[in-house]
Design a protein around this ligand. Structure first.
Ligand code: UN1
Length: 522
């Protein structure tokens, strides 16, 4: 089958009766929970993975801690060179790994590949960073003194990633953690263990041939117990968590309680504002990719569409044309994720389909309106693949203005629309939700742009202009504010969270003057 070809190319067993070990701490093992990896498009079982028990998780943390001592002693540019070699290993399997992401997560072929490319990109960035992450040399008020700020490694970084980006988000964390001198322990989402094992198998040999233990990038597949063990461990000073606001809140409390650090990347409730002066063709493309791409399962997917009254009718009629044509001439091309002509794959699991259905039902019950001709579950048989996939029709809806759904993130292709009169009003609506991840303004007015980017503008971590809410490059720090958790990953200043800063005052005189003119008379 096509699945066995992809699995074999990545050195994974193709016999689905065979249980795969889902723990790596220098050796492959696993005696904990059995995780079943299922293809969201066909329902077929791709593999059975045995994850970590609690004691195996503790052992893996200990092994990663030991490894961190070797990582931190290695010169940073040498660590950067290892990350460069990881880049080469990933690139040698970019298509195979991309296809496995499609098979296991359900996103389309080019997006599966795009995730591996995002990992490669952040490797490049991190390799450069390994020669440029600088501290500070500051003037002292005391004669013959100097002040340094030195970035030093933290130790073990725990990475808990979500199903929707099973490769890239780990890449952001692994690469930056390594070049800043840390080891990692990775707990991937329980539904994407094969992708994680394939990634780990590409990385371990690179570490080992460069004299680092494989446990410098430890892997613990598993469920809640495994996650709790990593999050609760005082040997893990930094926990980078991607997932829901509800779980993120718990992670934050537990790590805070033991005075650890977190990077939280939680829910998004991202809006696009189409201003009266926008290029509507451009806005249409931006909205479509972000609203229906990845079947609405990016943290950055567009959930809310805010239209200026003067262009609303025209924009909606152009948008709905895309949603309303039907398969196979369907312009949105819902279908098999591995078919290169497909634009929208299935939802990741049945629970997501149910959440899509209950969200829509609630909106309609409370007086909202579905604007697309079709909505609801689609039988996979329509696409000539086995009739077990989790497909739904992407929809545009107009909930009541005070509907509770405006405040929530639903991980499905549901786009909510409302009109506004002034940019100030649109910005207020953009900022009125608990979450603060991504936002976009479509405009050709430079004053509108200035307002949007400034103190009276969007309160999100990502504030785009004439670019949709999703699909960020790795250059800027990625993350959001408010209930999104305030964390930043990948580029920008994100690396500064992966270090402990040593503020060092050095006296190279033979006197002991005190700061602030304090006189201690000895
Ligand atoms: C996510 O959805 O958790 O900006 C990450 C984007 C991608 C990353 C999304 N580069 O859409």
């Amino acid at each position: 089958t096509r699945a066995s070809k992809v699995l074999a190319a990545l050195d994974l067993p193709t016999n689905t009766d065979q249980t795969i070990q889902g723990v790596f701490d220098g050796k492959w093992k696993g005696s904990g929970e059995i995780l079943i990896s299922k293809c969201p498009a066909t329902g077929e079982v791709l593999g059975k993975v045995q994850g970590a028990s609690v004691s195996e998780t503790q052992d893996a943390i200990a092994a990663s801690l030991e490894a961190s001592k070797l990582v931190r002693r290695m010169p940073a540019p040498k660590r950067g060179e290892i990350v460069r070699q990881i880049r080469e290993a990933l690139l040698s399997k970019v298509d195979e790994l991309g296809d496995l992401v499609s098979l296991e997560m359900g996103k389309i072929k080019s997006e599966g590949r795009g995730e591996v490319v995002e990992f490669v990109d952040v490797c490049d960035y991190a390799t450069g960073l390994s020669r440029s992450m600088k501290g500070n040399v500051l003037p002292s008020e005391r004669p013959e003194h100097v002040i340094y700020e030195i970035p030093n490694p933290l130790g073990v970084v725990g990475v808990l990633s979500a199903f929707n980006f099973p490769v890239a988000v780990y890449g952001w964390n692994l690469t930056i953690a390594l070049v800043t001198g840390n080891s990692t322990i990775w707990k991937p989402a329980p539904s994407t263990p094969l992708t994680a094992i394939a990634v780990a198998k590409l990385i371990q040999p690179v570490l080992e041939r460069n004299g680092l233990p494989g446990a410098a990038a430890a892997l613990v597949c598993g469920g809640v117990d495994v996650g709790k063990t990593v999050v609760g461990s005082t040997d893990v000073p930094l926990v980078s968590f991607t997932g829901s606001e509800a779980v993120g809140k718990e992670v934050g409390k537990v790590v805070n309680d033991r005075f650890g650090k977190t990077i939280l990347e939680l829910g998004g409730n991202n809006a696009v504002i189409v201003n009266e002066d926008a290029d509507l063709g451009l806005a249409l493309q931006g909205v479509l990719f972000a609203a229906v791409g990845t079947a609405g399962q990016r943290c950055t997917s567009t959930r809310r569409l805010l239209l200026h009254k003067s262009i609303s009718a025209e924009f909606l009629s152009r948008l709905l044309k895309f949603y309303d044509s039907s398969h196979p001439s369907n312009q949105l091309a819902v279908g098999d994720p591995l078919d290169p002509s497909t634009l929208i794959g299935p939802l990741h699991n049945v629970a997501a389909v149910e959440k899509y259905e209950s969200t829509l039902a609630g909106i309609v019950e409370r007086g909202g309106e579905i604007l697309t001709l079709r909505s609801g579950r689609i039988e996979g048989g329509e696409f000539g693949v086995e009739n077990k996939g989790n497909w739904v029709w992407p929809v545009v809806v107009r909930p009541k203005k005070d509907d509770e759904s405006w405040m929530e993130e639903t991980f499905a292709p549901i786009l909510k629309v409302q009109e506004f009169d002034t940019l100030e009003e649109a910005i207020a609506i953009n900022n009125s939700v608990p979450q603060g991840l991504s936002s976009s303004l479509f405009t050709s007015n430079i004053q509108a742009m200035g307002t949007w980017l400034g103190p009276d503008g969007s309160d999100c971590g990502i504030v785009n202009v004439n670019v949709g809410t999703s699909g960020a490059e790795i250059g800027a720090g990625f993350g959001g504010n408010k209930s999104t958790g305030w964390g930043r990953e990948s580029g920008g200043d994100a690396w500064k969270q992966y270090v402990r800063w040593s503020g060092a005052t050095v006296n190279y005189s033979s006197k002991m003057p005190l700061a602030q003119g304090v006189n201690f008379g000895i």
